[in-house]
Design a protein around this ligand. Sequence first.
Ligand code: ZN
Length: 169
Amino acid sequence: MILKIVKYPDPVLSKPGEPITEFNAELRKLAADMFETMYAGQGAGLAAQQVGIAKRLAVIDLSSGKDPAQKLVLVNPEIISHEGRLYETEGCLSFPDIMEKVVRSAKVRVRAQDLDGKWFEMDGEELLSRCFQHEIDHLDGMLFIFRMSALKRDLVLRKIRKMQREGTW
Ligand code: ZN
């Protein structure tokens, strides 16, 4: 089922997610719906906050649904180490048509649970590293505009306000 994607400035996007403690059918259904929603929106990652649920669950697929082996579900994820620096353009499904450069770590190691509650660790570099950081930020209630320079953020917020006035946001 395709869920409604919540757009900035919906307050749920600023809410830190509650840890997930029950690994049941409901959680599986939510993760499956989030993949479907993410593919429909042509995104590479989606956090539960973006479908209006402040819980620590995110899905990632850098293949856009073409390669099932690249589907990643992160339950209660955390970054346990990071190194290097990247400065690349990012977008976010909660900020349609906004693309800006953001500073991220080049490489991160993530610890998370899968849908059965089993803990695993995984390294991400380049695009995957950025995706991990972007989605885990969402779970902490942190948005990518707050990783931009103040100047860029002001420009983006002004653009959004203009679109809101025009009824196109
Ligand atoms: Zn996002």
